[in-house]
Design a protein around this ligand. Structure first.
Ligand code: NAI
Ligand code: MG
Length: 329
């Protein structure tokens, strides 16, 4: 039995969470859920977006499923990443049948450093304008590169590519690149290379099949993962994992989508795929593959899918269809 914190949040976050929990009932893994509050609605009632109690509930759990927050997203999710030291942001770029993919056979993963780089929050105004500080530490570079290699080994992937701009950012990305190759010495059988971020952005469009696992710093990872999402068809489909030493937090990449909220039309796929990532994180790989396959079947058939996928089914109808596939296995 796994202790799981559940934070539905705001808008469609609540709807895709309900749908996903419904689907998870048909999986042979037992979860002990603790529901917790965060987001705009909670802030309207209490004045805080992320109560201490919620952070404590997540800390006491093995994993957390997070729906989405609204305007308070930065105070909720960015704060949670810091409080829990969730130093990895894992974003798969995977094409599924029946979706509007630019490429049909993509399957690579971006491992983004989630705690420092240009997102450290050190900006200041100067006489001429403003400056931002970019922090790259040996410790954070080492642990993110180590995670990338371990993840590659564990998932049977073949190659790790470090993405940087060490020719210009000689000190910060120089350190990142050097650390990558130092960590690589512990993985002599692994295929590896490194590329500049600008060229990588181009290769995403021209030759994305060359990538397997990418490891990179915070800002580059943020931008490249949205570019990757664009290759495989839209926000309703893209999950993510935030991982630290003791916890994992799994969330769709999308937000609370206020214009869709309350209508029951949001695509639950991104949240369901986030649950797939959670199952893999918990080493429940069989259950993860079953859940993923059930969703893939529903996407490929294209009959009981939401509006963004060209169908006319509701969030819960699509979830029920995924669940009925699961029950057939
Ligand atoms: P959004 O991701 O909520 O929605 C953008 C558009 O993408 C929607 O209008 C909709 O057309 C489409 N979309 C997103 N999810 C979908 C789904 N499951 N099914 C079908 N279509 C979907 O981003 P937006 O509009 O920029 O932000 C809305 C609110 O969400 C803001 O308050 C923002 O702060 C918050 N937000 C929260 C995030 C989080 O909690 N991690 C992440 C991004 C935004
Ligand atoms: Mg982003």
């Amino acid at each position: 039995m796994y202790k799981i914190a559940v934070i539905p949040g705001d808008g469609i976050g609540k709807e895709v969470m309900e749908a996903t929990l419904h689907v998870l009932e048909a999986i042979d893994v037992v979860f002990d859920y603790t529901f917790a509050d965060a987001g705009d609605e909670y802030m309207e009632k209490t004045g805080v977006a992320l109560p201490r109690e919620t952070v404590d509930i997540v800390k006491a759990s093995q994993a957390c499923l997070f729906g989405a927050a609204g305007e308070s997203a930065a105070d909720v999710i960015v704060k949670m990443r810091q409080e829990l030291d969730l130093y990895v942001n894992l974003r798969p770029v995977k094409s599924y049948p029946g979706t509007k993919c630019i490429f049909d056979n993509l399957d690579f993963v971006i491992v983004r450093e989630n705690t420092e780089g240009l997102y450290i929050g050190l900006e200041e105004e100067t006489e001429e304008g403003a400056t931002a500080t970019r922090v790259v530490t040996r410790k954070a570079s080492e642990r993110i590169c180590k995670f990338a290699f371990e993840y590659t080994k564990k998932t049977g992937r073949k190659k790790v590519t470090a993405v940087h701009k060490a020719n210009v950012l000689k000190k910060t990305d120089g350190l990142f690149k050097e650390t990558f190759y130092k960590v690589a010495e512990d993985y002599p059988d692994m295929e590896l290379d490194d590329r500049y971020v600008d060229a990588t952005a181009m290769f995403f469009i021209t030759k994305p099949e060359m990538f397997d696992v990418i490891v990179t710093t915070n800002l580059f990872g943020d931008i490249l993962s949205d570019e990757g999402a664009g290759l495989v068809g839209g926000l309703g489909l893209i999950p993510s994992a935030n991982i630290g030493e003791n916890q994992g937090l799994f969330e769709p990449v999308h937000g609370s989508a206020p214009r869709l909220a309350g209508k029951g039309v949001a695509n639950p796929s991104a949240m369901i795929l986030s649950a797939v990532m959670m199952l893999d994180y918990l080493d429940e790989n069989n259950a993860a593959r079953k859940l993923e396959n059930a969703l893939v079947e529903v996407l490929a058939e294209g009959k009981v899918v939401t509006g963004d996928l060209g169908g006319s089914s509701s969030t819960m109808e699509m979830a029920a269809e995924v669940r009925s596939k699961l029950e057939e296995y």
